[in-house]
Design a binder for this molecule. Structure first.
Ligand code: ADP
Ligand code: NI
Length: 215
């Protein structure tokens, strides 16, 4: 039964996000699902079904990928309404999705065990080689500069500043990506994050070297 629900959900999400080019494509979802299940199994905690469902659906209501915030929320609600699972499971899945987003702040909300794991999985895909690729893909789509030394790195931002303020993809490393290292909830994700964090630091060193025209 659960297997069929997962299968249907996968089909739905694939159709919805298939050709997104901002870094929220189907492959991102598949990686988040894989990381989430890996962490859950390694740490032996959380409800695996809820975790897998939330990982699959986590970007469905994202405002960036919908005409409006309300439209995104409706899309998620409408889909959940078609599923034959307990109302309690539906509201758990929704709670996870709405509690894990970054949106300009590393807010220290209290998360459920399942939400902690899905958040870690989503954050793992925001760092490392893939995180770098996603940041430039997102930046390109938004029309922001790769780098511009004149644009200052922002510290705390409101959601609107994060989404619409002036930034560059390199600034995004300092505004989010490098700050994630200390924000993982699980030991398993922390360990994976270490290598990816170092890789981003090395990448930036090389970037500045080339930016300054050093041979
Ligand atoms: P979340 O969905 O967790 O709130 P975002 O939607 O902010 O995360 O980010 C989705 C992806 O796009 C991430 O990989 C993130 O690093 C990247 N991204 C978000 N904002 C920017 C930006 N201003 N410049 C470059 N990359 C960005
Ligand atoms: Ni995501």
């Amino acid at each position: 039964m659960n297997k069929k629900i997962i299968h249907n959900t996968q089909y739905f999400v694939r159709n919805e996000l298939g050709d997104d080019s901002t870094g929220h494509d189907w492959h991102h979802i598949e990686r988040v699902r894989k990381y989430a299940l890996y962490i859950a199994k390694k740490e032996e905690r959380g409800d695996f079904f809820i975790i897998e469902m939330a990982a699959l659906l986590h970007d469905i209501p994202d405002e960036k990928l919908n005409p409006s915030k309300g439209a995104g929320e409706e899309k998620l609600s409408d889909f959940l309404a078609t599923l034959e699972i307990h109302e309690e499971a539906k509201s758990k899945i929704k709670d996870i999705i709405y509690s894990i987003s970054f949106k300009g702040g590393l807010n220290n909300k209290v998360l459920s065990r399942e939400a902690e794991i899905v958040q870690d999985a989503d954050r793992l895909d925001a760092i490392g080689a893939l995180g770098i690729a996603r940041a430039f893909a997102y930046g390109g789509k938004k029309g922001q500069a790769i780098y511009d030394p004149v644009i200052e790195v922002r510290d705390e931002m409101t959601e609107d500043e994060y989404r619409n303020g002036n930034s560059s993809s390199i600034n995004h490393f300092y505004e989010k990506l490098l700050r994630l290292k200390d924000k993982f909830n699980t030991v398993t994700a922390k360990e994976i994050a270490e290598e990816r964090h170092k890789f981003m630091e090395q990448y930036l060193q090389q970037f500045y070297k080339e930016w300054n025209g050093q041979a």
